[in-house]
Design a binder for this molecule. Sequence first.
Ligand SMILES: CC(C)(COP(=O)(O)OP(=O)(O)OC[C@H]1O[C@@H](n2cnc3c(N)ncnc32)[C@H](O)[C@@H]1OP(=O)(O)O)[C@@H](O)C(=O)NCCC(=O)NCCS
Length: 101
Amino acid sequence: MHIGCDIVKNKRLENKSERFIDLVLTKNEQKEYKRKGLYYLCGRFCAKEAIMKALPHTHNLTFLDIEILNDKDGKPYCSTHPFINISISHEKEYTISYCIY
Ligand SMILES: CC(C)(COP(=O)(O)OP(=O)(O)OC[C@H]1O[C@@H](n2cnc3c(N)ncnc32)[C@H](O)[C@@H]1OP(=O)(O)O)[C@@H](O)C(=O)NCCC(=O)NCCS
């Protein structure tokens, strides 16, 4: 079994450049980000970092190699690595994410 977790201070990701967004979010995620804003970005960033910790040999993996979408109930899932289970939670100042597979 493999587990990864990450926490991010939301303020750290405020007012990031378009270039940063292009490096972190896939095109599908960017569409949602435009609708949902900062918390959404923090959730994707955090969950991707958690996944990078859990996967072996991730030194070649970039943020764009991992895509995290939400199903019709809002539950997050990793479309690029469907065997990974993830959970995300937001508070005013922090976002936290766990993944397990
Ligand atoms: C889902 C729920 C637990 C979110 O809790 P919250 O305290 O409001 O918010 P949190 O910040 O802790 O969690 C938000 C994250 O929960 C996740 N989430 C949302 N819906 C989810 C679900 N059905 N199952 C698992 N995770 C879910 C998402 O990742 C979301 O973050 P994201 O939009 O950035 O991806 C809450 O809305 C709830 O209890 N809803 C009732 C159950 C429900 O809505 N079911 C779907 C019926 S259509």
